[in-house]
Each structure stands twice: as C-alpha cells, then as structure tokens.
Ligand binder design. Structure first.
Ligand SMILES: C[S@@+](CC[C@H](N)C(=O)[O-])C[C@H]1O[C@@H](n2cnc3c(N)ncnc32)[C@H](O)[C@@H]1O
Length: 376
C-alpha cells in the first residue's frame, strides 16, 4: 500500500493519522458558552479582555473575537472594529481573518455581498502557486499515481472545476510516467467561469496536441446528468465544496454510472452543516480562512498581488460564509469522514473507497486527497 494511504473507512476522531485532529474545534459546551456571551457582545455589555472572556480557554479567545466582530459587522455595528482589532492582536501573523476583515470593512464600509470569486483566474492562481499549495498539489499528484491501478490504453479524463488547468498540467504527465494509461485521448474541462475555461483549454491543448480537449462553461450540478463520458478518471480539486451536501450527492449520483475513478482534493472543515452566524462556522472560518489569508498576505508576496488575491478570491468566499444562509452561500467544505459517507451513499456499491492521504497538514488547516472507484 502506498505511503500513508490510510485504511478505510477512517477510524475514530482521535486517530493520530486523522487530518484536522489538531485543528481547533468547539465542543457543545463551548458552543453554548459562545451563544450565551453573544447577547452581551451585541448589547455592548461585554468588551474584549472584559469579564465575559474569562470563561474561555486561551486558545479560543482569537476565534471568539472573530465571532463577536463578525456578528457585529453583520448588524452594521461599528463596534465590530473593536472586536476584530482585538482578535487580530492575539492572532498575530499566523491567522489573518480578523485583521483582513477589519481592513476590508474600513475600505468597503460594510460586509459587501460577494461578487463571483473566479471571474479573473489571477486571483486564485496566486493562491495555488504559494509554496504550501504547491506542496499540497505535488502530494495530491503523487497520491494519484500511488492509488490508481496501473492501466494501459487511452485516458478519458474530466476535470470538474478545472480552474486554470494547472492541476491537470501537473497530473497528466505524472500519470503517464507512472504507468497509469499510455496516452491521453480526451480531456473534458468543466468550470462555470468562462475565463478559467479559456485559460485551461489553451494550456491543455498546447500540452496535449493529439488529445481532444473540450471546455464546458457550466456548474457541475447543472450538467452532471448530461455528461455521459465514459470517463476513466474524474478529478475535482477544491471545487466540489461549492455546493451543499444534498446537491453534491445528486450531482455525484448522476455522474457515477459514467466513471471508473474519482479523485478529490478538499479542505478538511465543516462549512456545510453549521448555519450562518453560528459559533461553529465562525470558529472554523477563523482558522481556515485566517490561515489562507496569512499565506496570501505573506511577506514574500508583492502588496498588489496579495491584495488582489485576497479581495477577489478569498473575500467573496469569506463574506458569503459570514452573511449568507445555507443554500445561498458559495462554500460547503466538509470533513473527510463526511465526504466518505456521502460518496458511498451517492455513488452506489460498485464504487468503493480506494485510498486517502493527508495532502497538507498545518496547525490551522488541513487538506486531504480521496480516491474512490471501481476496484480492479
Ligand atoms: C478553488 S478553484 C480550484 C481550481 C482547480 N481545480 C485547482 O485545483 O487549481 C475552484 C474552481 O471551481 C469552480 N467551481 C465553482 N463552483 C463550481 C460548480 N458548482 N461546478 C463546477 N465548478 C465549480 C470555480 O469556478 C473555480 O474555478
């Protein structure tokens, strides 16, 4: 078995190999405490560093201040700055959610309704090419080669939410070199962003001149039942979390008959079930988006590039998570166990879990790879 591919299904939450085990999570008691403190925050009776925070463990203070600040911002209450700035002071440079949001509020005046996050590929490409995300993608590619069985013949591949095509540009040569297929026959690129499709199509057509490369501007959930393939391989890297669980389930069920193998790369977080304004959602967003922003705004990035990437890629997602209810918002990351359960339910007994690997592990955010397919 490949290096650190876990046996499936995953064991308990406390398993040392489990991604995200070290990431801050709130117990039901913590949630009750935060909910109990919120009216104090909204009424102005509670202040950062005041008595209300005495009940919180130290490691929760930054996340609680983010929760308080975003609750006030959602009510257009200027005391949001006090809480977010106090949160930024304890978060330091590792987590930048409170600091970034405070700056965004200063610049925009309120939590503005998000524009589409992927209109211009450059904003995401900056994030995808940061050292941590390069390492994550390299691990995903190596996992794919290890986990897929050797295969001969021509590959028909579908990339769901292909973005700028960077993932397939890395993955396809590695698969062929690793003895997974002999050549690439068809590459189907699917993405709702016309600019992403255009960039990806140009890139893949240049790299694979003998293959049929086709692009479709669409959301998976709108076309899943029309995509008949067949596909030897479907990849979805950081894209399937853009739909709620029930929509993922329907789209994957519609795709299942046409595919042999599915590889996913996703963030290990629960942004699907908690409702907007809840402590669970705020605490998780504070960590994961705070971590992402810390990477994007890091000292080695030119200011202009960092600001553009944060404002055009992260801000729309962040604001959506903080202001829009389930069904409307754009982000629905799920924990790895939930993905496994959903895939089993959606794709039927012939498609089985075949491997998983932690693709990136950080103190605040983890990403994992998953492989399901028809066993040999
Ligand atoms: C975070 S980017 C990932 C791009 C690429 N897969 C990668 O890993 O570099 C997410 C992509 O998913 C696309 N997307 C968003 N919602 C989608 C949906 N419902 N169906 C298919 N793609 C979607 C976005 O337009 C965007 O290009």
């Amino acid at each position: 078995m490949a290096r650190d591919v876990l046996s499936l299904p995953l064991r308990s939450e406390g398993d040392a190999a489990h991604t995200g085990a070290h990431v801050l999570t709130l117990s039901p008691n913590d949630v009750a405490t935060w909910n109990h403190l919120l009216p104090e925050v909204v009424s102005g009776r509670a202040r950062p560093s005041g008595g209300a925070e005495r009940d919180l463990p130290d490691e929760q203070v930054g996340a609680f201040r983010f929760f308080a600040g975003t609750a006030l911002a959602a009510r257009s209450d200027p005391r949001a700055f006090t809480w977010l700035d106090a949160g930024a002071a304890v978060d330091g440079s590792e987590l930048r959610a409170s600091a970034y949001l405070s700056g965004l509020l200063h610049r925009r005046g309120h939590l503005a309704a998000p524009e589409c996050a992927f209109t211009d590929p450059r904003a995401f490409v900056h994030f995808a090419t940061l050292p941590a995300m390069r390492a994550c993608r390299a691990e995903f590619v190596s996992f794919a080669v290890d986990s897929l069985p050797p295969a001969s013949g021509s590959l028909r591949v579908l990339d769901v939410g292909c973005g700028d095509g960077g993932l397939l540009a890395d993955l396809l040569p590695a698969l062929l070199e690793g003895g997974r297929w002999d050549e690439v026959a068809t590459v189907t690129l699917l993405d709702p962003s016309p600019a992403m499709i255009s960039t990806a199509k140009t890139r893949l057509a240049a790299a694979w001149p003998d293959a049929r490369v086709e692009g479709r501007v669409a959301r998976l959930e709108h076309v899943a039942s029309l995509l008949q393939g067949p596909y030897d391989l479907v990849v979805g890297s950081l894209s399937l979390h853009h739909m709620p669980a029930e929509v993922k389930r329907r789209a994957l069920a519609a795709l299942a008959p046409s595919i042999d193998h599915l590889l996913l790369l996703e963030l290990d977080a629960d942004h699907d079930s908690p409702e907007v304004g809840s402590p669970l959602l705020a605490a998780s967003v504070h960590q994961t988006y705070g971590w992402m922003l810390a990477q994007i705004l890091g000292p080695s990035t030119p200011d202009e590039v960092a600001r553009e990437s944060a404002d055009e890629f992260v801000a729309p997602e962040l604001v959506s998570l903080l202001t829009e209810p389930r069904g409307i918002r754009s982000e629905y990351h799920m924990r790895r166990e939930r993905w496994l359960a959903l895939l089993a339910e959606a794709m039927g007994p012939e498609i089985r879990p075949l491997g998983t690997r932690t693709a990136l592990s950080t103190p605040h955010a983890d990403l994992f790879a998953l492989h399901v397919g028809r066993p040999g």
